[in-house]
Ligand binder design. Structure first.
Ligand code: F0G
Length: 475
């Protein structure tokens, strides 16, 4: 029998950051203090931190070297020009405005383009994106394909836009009420699911058929936060793309849009940073006016010169084919261990995270008792692994104040870029599998503090019954 050949990380480790291993008692105390919300845990109490892939990347030696070349001028920093060149080269848009992170760009574009009464169709909501759209007076309308809401459907491009849903909306409200179609590549809340090139092309064609009274067709704005991961799935799964470079594929993807918002904290391999892109001069001009009020001069947008340099260099590194192949394969490595052990996860496993299907995992806990919040808290207690709730708590309340009860009730185990080895993934898999074996001992939670917006960040919980897994809360 021939042994299967394996590949390893396409980088080696030059600096290490020690992490602390904690005792079960310490973790019980920590989760209690954190109100059973993993967002409120201190990082010092976390062993393997899979809360997010946002701002948690390890930078390369080349990026660190760039940090020393920060030109900290108030205006016209040379790092801004490097960032401009990297963005316009790799993404292909005409204009770019830096922002402190993705939501800064979302804020700008929402304020510039959305008017009260507008509708913003999107392929599933993202928390901050929808918040900014609604603050500007818009109504978000989900136009993702139905398959995206089904955790077990094996569609290869579950992030696709449903063209019928989109066209129905455009016809119903008219193109003038649609400032743009918001397309996330990949779709975070669906499990890191990609959009196919064929679908992007079709959405472009559809939008081109609906011309607004200002003379332009309905716009497409990408949420390009994890666009290279999306490009990788196109390369792997879509006919005609297997021989093409990620750089090429990304350029084609972006060519179907009119601009993008970007959280550089993900694909761009930096700890802070973002930007807004547009092909329209008027939109760019308005963005340069607004950015001064909310972020900083248009040549720094809330970032230090060194941050812009690190992001410019990260942009060239993110499209390296070997790097991205390893990145996604590490996520798949964790996912397949869990699938083999019979743990319910969102399938196919996406690009940045493995999502545990908490409704199936804890099918005895009703959604009103927050099964995903429960599972995330329990996983931390079991092993010090920190994941994130992406279910009823994250979905929040609708305009009438009712909980949204989303179809997907998930715990996200998000893999930071270039940070952990596959040994860490093994530890995570062991813990999830052990917890799955004792799932019946887990009871649900009740919310005891709820902030008005984006409640998942700071809400607090308590076990409904202090028994089984939660026995320790008595003490
Ligand atoms: N869009 C998507 C798809 C995101 O995942 C995020 C952030 C943003 C926009 C906002 O960007 O954080 O730089 O302001 N997602 C993080 C996460 C917070 O953990 O998934 P930001």
């Amino acid at each position: 029998m021939t042994r299967q050949r394996r590949t390893a990380e396409p980088y080696k480790i030059k600096a290490v950051e020690p992490i602390r291993m904690t005792s079960r008692e310490e973790r019980e105390e920590a989760i209690r203090k954190a109100g059973f919300n993993t967002f409120l845990l201190d990082s010092k109490d976390v062993y393997i931190d899979l809360l997010t892939d946002s701002g948690t990347s390890a930078m390369s030696d080349n990026q660190w070297a760039g940090m020393m070349l920060g030109d900290e001028a108030y205006a016209g920093s040379r790092n801004f020009h490097n960032l401009w060149d990297a963005v316009t080269n790799i993404y292909g848009f005409k204009y770019m405005v830096p922002t402190h992170q993705g939501r800064g760009a979302e804020h700008l574009i929402s304020q510039i383009l959305i008017r009260p009464g507008d509708y913003v169709p999107g392929n599933m909501y993202f928390t901050t994106t929808r918040e900014h759209q609604e603050r500007a007076g818009g109504t978000f309308v989900d136009v993702v394909i139905d398959e995206a809401h089904d955790s077990q459907n094996l569609h290869p491009f579950k992030g696709n836009v449903d063209l019928v849903k989109l066209e129905d909306l455009i016809r119903r409200v008219g193109p003038d009420r649609i400032p743009y179609v918001s397309i996330a590549v990949t779709v975070n809340m669906a499990g890191g699911q990609p959009v196919s090139m064929a679908n992007l092309r079709a959405v472009r064609e559809l939008c081109d058929r609906y011309v607004r009274s200002d003379g332009r067709p309905v716009r497409i704005m990408f949420d390009a936060t994890r666009c290279v991961e999306n490009a990788y799935f196109i390369q792997q799964r879509e006919e005609g793309y297997s021989g093409r470079s990620l750089r090429d594929i990304l350029r084609e993807m972006m060519s179907y849009g009119d601009g993008c918002t970007m959280s550089g904290k993900k694909d761009c391999l930096v700890n802070i940073g973002g930007f807004l892109c547009t092909n329209e001069f008027e939109v760019y001009q308005e963005a340069t006016q607004l950015v001064v009020v909310f972020e900083g001069m248009p040549s720094y947008g809330g970032l230090a010169g060194r941050d812009m340099e690190a992001m410019a260099r990260g942009i060239y590194e993110m499209v390296d084919d070997d790097y991205m192949a390893f990145r996604v394969s590490q996520v798949q490595y964790l996912g397949s261990q869990l699938i083999e052990a019979g743990v319910p996860v969102v399938r196919p496993v996406g690009g940045h995270a493995v999502f545990l299907d908490a409704r199936a995992f804890l099918d005895h806990i009703p959604q009103s008792e927050y099964p995903a919040q429960t599972l995330a808290a329990a996983l931390y207690v079991d092993s010090g692994v920190r994941g994130m709730e992406r279910g009823n708590v994250s979905a929040g309340r609708d305009k009438e104040g009712k909980e949204r009860f989303p179809k997907l009730e998930l715990v996200r185990l998000t893999i930071p870029r270039r940070v952990y080895t596959n040994n860490h993934m093994d530890v995570v898999a062991d813990s999830v599998i052990a917890l799955h074996a004792q799932r019946e001992t887990l009871g649900g939670l009740k919310m005891v503090y709820e902030p008005p917006q984006l409640r998942f960040f700071t809400s607090r919980f308590e076990p409904i019954r202090r028994e089984g897994f939660w026995e320790f809360v008595k003490g």
